[in-house]
Design a protein around this ligand. Structure first.
Ligand code: FAD
Length: 394
């Protein structure tokens, strides 16, 4: 084994504590931007990520519908090396595999050791196919298979398409967006597809609360999407969609969200699905000097805006711990996003209790409720991306 970064959690010359951020997604980059802003040069920042690009996944729902010659608009992405260098940090190529908390040491899959003063685990979740026989949509690379369905609907060869939310998935928005958008397609005879969305939620987009659910119901109705709530698809086989306790419906294609699994990093605590338990400051239960943020944590809602909010609290807590900055207020999740409808977008906002079950201050609007009006609301990352990367659809 060789040490990828020498030293014992601090760069020796400058005696700055080293913060190692594992991950290259929303939570990692928001943490990086926040640490740079809060601590300037007083921390040595390293980012450990296996991928070369930061990919803005929310816009991948549009990719299957793009009609350009190449078959799709690529989901926006940015070279990680540029972002990291711009923040005066070091990018290490690799994946976090294990942590030795007592030694303050992270170990990569390649066996390299990296010492840290604080470790921020922001490695995201792993999507797993949840409904047998269905097309799974959970990442930009799934867009090609969904584009086939769109082409079938446009050609009139696929008339009935169903959408399924698997049990245990709380962030359901992308599936609603796909269904709404597909509802605007017509075949050569001008016929709309027959669409059905099956979800275990008690109401559509339940995570946002009743006002947003009412809007979602209305939109689904307008786009010709039949809705079955409190229901679960068991399997899709031979053109039959089997719904638990109800029986079968005939459909030509089924699109399902994946189930997410946690990273299960050796040496760190994990819940039954491999997610990292954290407190309101993103501190990993019982582990000194280790924080986590984003989809990798055991928070019920795996959403980019919440990932960024927790990352901001984590960054403040790291600065508090290592440099004696002010103690942050704990994570107080507010869900915000833009719902793409195939027509005018809707801006959705709700204050959510940490148990994910209570909502306050719900808002639905046709005009932006925050600025920049990004699908992933992130205090620092959203303006950063708005400048460099994104023209989001209005
Ligand atoms: C289709 C779709 C639509 C969505 N729409 C919205 C939306 O409208 N609004 C919203 O707020 N959210 C949305 N989300 C959710 C949002 O994208 C995620 O919640 C968010 O990306 C989570 O951020 P993260 O940093 O925790 O994880 P990720 O963004 O998944 O990033 C994880 C990073 O860690 C890296 N990594 C993986 N393993 C390791 C390892 N072992 N060591 C080091 N690095 C590792 C990965 O390469 C990646 O760079 C959507 C998601 C999808 C899939």
């Amino acid at each position: 084994m060789r040490d990828h970064v020498a030293g014992a959690g601090a760069d020796v010359g400058a005696r700055r504590p080293r913060v190692l951020i594992a991950g290259g997604g929303v939570a990692a980059l928001e943490t990086l931007l926040a640490l740079r802003e809060l601590a300037a040069e007083r921390l040595e920042l390293c980012v450990l990520a296996p991928a070369r690009e930061f990919v803005y996944r929310p816009l991948s729902v549009l990719e299957p519908f793009a009609t350009d010659a190449s078959g799709g608009t690529p989901t926006p992405s940015l070279p990680l090396a540029d972002v990291v260098a711009e923040q005066g940090a070091t990018l290490l190529s690799g994946a976090l595999a294990a942590v030795d908390v007592d030694a303050g040491m992270a170990v990569t899959r390649a066996g390299e050791r990296i010492f840290y003063g604080d470790l921020v685990v922001a490695v995201g979740a792993r999507p797993e196919r949840a409904v047998a026989g269905a097309l799974t949509f959970g990442a930009p690379q799934d867009a090609g298979a969904i584009a086939e369905v769109v082409r079938g609907v446009r050609a009139g060869t696929l008339r009935r398409v169903a959408f399924a939310v698997p049990d245990g998935v709380a962030w359901t928005l992308p599936l609603y967006e796909l269904a709404l958008r597909l509802g605007t397609e017509r075949d050569p005879q001008g016929r709309a597809p027959e669409l059905l969305l099956v979800t275990p939620e008690q109401a559509p987009l339940e995570a946002f609360g009743p006002e947003v659910s009412a809007t979602a119901r209305e939109l689904l109705g307008e786009h010709g999407v039949a809705l079955r709530t409190a229901s679960m698809v068991e399997i899709y086989e031979d053109g039959l969609l089997w719904i638990e306790l109800e029986g079968a419906a005939e459909v030509d294609a089924l699109i399902a969200l994946p189930r997410l699994r946690g990273p299960a990093i050796a040496g760190l605590p994990a819940d039954a699905d491999g997610f990292v338990p954290v407190d309101g400051f993103g501190r990993v239960a019982g582990e000194e000097g280790v924080h986590a943020a984003g989809d990798a944590t055991a928070q019920p809602l795996k959403q980019g805006g919440l990932a960024a909010q927790l990352a901001d609290v984590v960054a403040q807590d790291v600065v508090h711990r290592l440099l004696g900055g002010p103690r942050p207020s704990p994570f107080d999740p507010v869900l915000r996003t833009v719902l793409l409808t195939g027509g005018p977008s809707r801006f959705l906002r709700a204050h959510v209790a940490r148990n994910g079950e209570e909502h306050e201050d719900e808002q639905v609007a046709d005009e932006p409720l925050w600025w920049p009006p990004a699908k992933i609301h992130a205090q620092r990352l959203a303006p950063y991306l708005a400048e460099r990367l994104l023209r989001e659809p209005a």
